[in-house]
Design a protein around this ligand. Structure first.
Ligand code: JFZ
Length: 307
């Protein structure tokens, strides 16, 4: 409970946004033999899409309907106090115009706008803090397999760009469970990031995860409600509005606001934060069902004097 993390612990409720070239596929990949393979942000790996094909699709990725003002307004209406958007997911595609690789939204897809800058501006204008998700693992970068030391240097440079350009309030790491990513790498990265911005809030997946492999799984994980951690440990449950993180055409079962409100009060009541995910579609629009669920949570919060 340090003053540095006070705003985050007070925030209780944030918006998670999974958006990238995987969204272009809408969760469906038609194999050459005509069969359909479905996934979401893991579609490249799970459906074994060849890189040339995935890269060609990413060129067509054109999120022209991404409306940062609308997203920030939705978050504000829902009672959310921070947003965390994917700057780079496991497919390695950078959603900002990085100098470290052309595998990014501007150079590869030819999309000129800077969506991260737009969302930061729109959010902060509404008093909502801006945060970034970043995947340590990177399926696209050849140095991950070839020379991890070179990749780690590039990763550091990407994060330097992100922290100095967008000044995120929080960094949400993921994809840390690779043998080449050691506890020491995570510690060193954390120290480096704090040298760039001492106020940064960084999640535990920079090095380790609360969840460890064992002999059995704990069912809470699948409901996205982790067991209550030790007292005074800051924690955050991530939950998605539907059943997937990235947008898919088939995933239309949005959780009703009553369910999301129960999750939120349960999590907040046990001292945690809830990071509630939306997956914008191929053009960048938040699905109507997700919008409706979010607004319902906001209405409940307001009717109980909580927002
Ligand atoms: C990871 C990603 O692989 C996934 O695509 C998504 O971004 C999600 C938010 O994070 O998936 C995980 C990682 C860890 C756990 C569950 C899903 N876990 O520890 O239970």
């Amino acid at each position: 409970t340090s003053p540095r993390t006070q705003w985050w612990r007070d925030a209780k409720f944030g918006m998670f946004v999974h958006f990238g070239p995987y969204s272009w596929w809408g969760g469906e990949y038609r194999r050459v033999d005509g069969t359909l393979c479905t996934d979401a942000e893991w579609i490249k790996l799970r459906c074994e899409i060849p890189w040339p094909e995935y890269e060609a699709a990413a060129r067509k990725f054109n999120p022209s309907r991404f409306d940062a003002d609308e997203i920030a307004r939705l978050a504000a209406d829902a009672g959310q106090k921070y947003v965390v958007i994917t700057s780079k997911h496991h497919d390695g595609f950078a959603m900002w115009p990085t100098r470290t690789t052309s595998w990014n939204l501007r150079d590869h897809a030819g999309f000129q706008r800077d969506l991260l800058a737009e969302l930061k501006r729109a959010s902060e204008r509404r008093g909502i803090r801006f945060g970034l998700y970043y995947s340590i693992n990177d399926w696209h970068d050849p140095d991950v397999a070839g020379d991890p030391a070179v990749y780690k240097q590039r990763l550091r440079e990407q994060l330097r760009e992100l922290v100095t350009t967008y000044r995120p309030a929080t960094l949400w790491f993921d994809g840390q469970g690779q043998s080449w990513w050691t506890l020491r790498d995570g510690d060193e990265l954390q120290t480096y990031l704090r040298s760039l911005d001492p106020a940064l809030i960084i999640n535990d997946r920079v090095t380790k995860s609360r969840f460890v492999d064992g002999d059995h799984e704990t069912p809470e994980r699948h409901q996205n409600i982790p067991q209550a951690p030790l007292d005074a440990v800051a924690w955050e449950a991530c939950v998605t509005t539907s059943n997937r993180w990235g947008w898919t055409r088939y995933d239309t079962a949005f959780k009703p606001s009553s369910q999301l409100t129960r999750f939120l009060t349960d999590i907040a009541g046990r001292g945690g934060n809830m990071l509630l995910n939306v997956g914008p579609d191929d053009l960048g629009r938040i699905p109507a069902g997700a919008q409706q669920s979010l607004r319902g949570v906001g209405e409940w919060l307001r009717s109980h004097g909580q927002a």
